[in-house]
Design a protein around this ligand. Sequence first.
Ligand SMILES: *[C@@H]1O[C@H](CO)[C@@H](O)[C@H](O)[C@H]1NC(C)=O
Length: 435
Amino acid sequence: MAGLVGRRDKNSAQSIRGSRIVVAIVIGILFGGIFALLYPNGFASSNHSSQFQGRRLAKSILQIGSTSCESSELVNMLKSDLADLSTKNDELKKKVRDLSKKLMAAEQKNGNAEKQVIVVGEPQKAGPFGTVKGIRTNPIVLADDTVNPRLLKILKKVAVQNELIVALANSNVKAMLEAQVTSIKKIGIPNYLVVALDNEIADFCKENDVPFYTRDPDEEIDSVAKTGGNHAVSGLKFRILREFLQLGYSVLLSDVDIVYLQNPFDHIYRDSDVESMSDGHDNMTAYGYNDVSDDPSMGWARYAHTMRIWVYNSGFFYLRPTLPAIELLDRVADRLSHPPPAWDQAVFNEELFFPSYPGYIALHASKRTMDRYMFMNSKTLFKQVRKDGNLKKLKPVIVHLNYHPDKLPRMKAVMEFYFNEKHDALEPFPDGSDW
Ligand SMILES: *[C@@H]1O[C@H](CO)[C@@H](O)[C@H](O)[C@H]1NC(C)=O
């Protein structure tokens, strides 16, 4: 356009006329391009009329340019053509939207994530070296208030910035729950909710002013809560958590054999679908390492490299309300509800970490291992930290007594050590258990 304006400044009548022709041609070409875009595969038979209109429109624009014809008839015709086209365009856009929705649904069924991204996202150029980052923080789901209005009411009261700690308990673990609640109150964590699996726990919560939630007694999965064995109850938590995420809340799932020493929400990164504490006992086992296996019979190729990481602890993890996080819960709950019987923590990790392979499509969830000194397991505490002058001075966010069967006395000792500065409180305990 700048060039055309410049030419007009020369005040030559001929060049004005010439530029009109150029404008007309440019507009014609532009329209051609637009139509090519709208109908990349040519016109379907039902679209013959719009093809005709398109040509007529382009032709009449050329006419304006070359003859400066301004007959009102032509103008009206053009106006109606344009109106016609823009409604057609809206319809077309809607069709494209509907189609891409259908495609997304189909792709989701196939688990074909790559094509999904092509449909959903605008393709973009990769930036310069070192600046490129893949998606790890997935969008959160649209909250669905209809899923469980009663739970929603509780969450609105208890959650802080749409997140909360959730602990499941039945009366078998009441003493540990009591110890945990003591630590929660000591630090003053407000967004802590107990899912009370029986009346005794509900009563305990009432008496101690602890927010709690009970499931509807007629719900099918709740027979598991009371009659089910340990593994069945472990499976239950994945089902119960789903509704929290569907309602749009982030959940920090907590076993009851955990002592709180700081507010965990000050130490969560919130950049991943799943953020979990590790069963690892040093940096390698917690954060991952290359474990070389050796087969001397292979001679030159005797060394094979393997990727190793100690499992995530399925008793303490933070989930953002995203589709991959919900899919993880569904996958784990589904597998635990079918034979062969499986340990929920093993299933949780297999679903998280195994990649896709022929006949299997993996979950695509982003994950983060929590700092092993801040979110500490009891092997780390009793085998390493309590014997190290510097590490002893660190105050963890939580200690999980997952590595030891004498959980309650160790929980109490941890509180003595960190809250009451009783420096020898951890001494009486052996590193491991004597079986
Ligand atoms: C081990 O990990 C911790 C974080 O948990 C980090 O602060 C420390 O520097 C790491 N140590 C080594 C030797 O890499």
